[in-house]
Ligand binder design. Structure first.
Ligand code: MN
Length: 201
């Protein structure tokens, strides 16, 4: 005898790892117009805004909000660049600062920028299919797609974590990931801005 139960009532959700779709869930989309302020090259940004490309799509599962519960979400970050800077997410830090998160790469080739709010320490690590990244508490994080196909990943964290976008939007990240001779390189933002000014002078 089988007992068929509505899947979500049992905590089961089906997702599609190539498109990052989750059944019966509506994704949130971020296009260039929504996130334009994060990119360093203003001229390149202006010209790309005529097509206003999709930068990323996130679908969150936040069904359980009791003590000890977990939220999770799947992200799909498109391939592309604004000038030399690869497409990336806005980035955030958790409203509850001690909350850590694990990212689980499903598809593509990317990086994560990690910035410790207490020490200012910055780190760029790879996020690829079949790899995980542990994001400790007190750490702002941003995802960057350095490949030529969509970067798809899960993020799993405490339901109490919350998202603080304002703190990151004010100062942006100190590091940037830009293309140089066909390869992704990590630079200090101030150095990249100086290069841009030199090139556009
Ligand atoms: Mn997070």
């Amino acid at each position: 005898m089988t007992h068929l139960v509505e899947p979500t009532r049992q905590g089961v959700l089906h997702y599609e790892p190539t498109t990052a779709a989750i059944e019966r869930r509506a994704p949130a989309e971020r296009r260039l117009r929504d996130v334009q302020a994060i990119f360093a090259d203003r001229l390149a940004c202006q010209s790309l805004l005529t097509t206003n490309p999709l930068i990323y799509r996130v679908t969150q599962v936040e069904d359980h909000n009791g003590e000890g519960d977990i939220h999770y979400g799947i992200g799909m970050l498109m391939p592309g660049k604004v000038g030399r800077e690869y497409f990336m997410t806005k980035g955030h830090i958790h409203a509850w600062r001690p909350a850590a998160e694990v990212y689980i790469g499903l598809r593509g080739r990317g990086m994560m920028l990690l910035e410790d709010e207490r020490t200012g320490e910055c780190l760029a690590v790879e996020l690829t299919a079949n790899s995980t990244v542990y994001v400790p508490g007190y750490t702002a994080h941003r995802t960057v797609n350095v490949g030529d196909e969509p970067l798809v990943y899960w993020g799993v964290l405490s339901s109490a974590a919350g998202h603080d976008y304002g703190a990151v939007a004010e100062r942006n990240f100190r590091l940037v990931v830009v293309e140089k001779d066909g390869q992704p390189v990590v630079m200090e933002r101030v150095d990249f801005l100086a290069e841009l000014q030199g090139a556009q002078a």
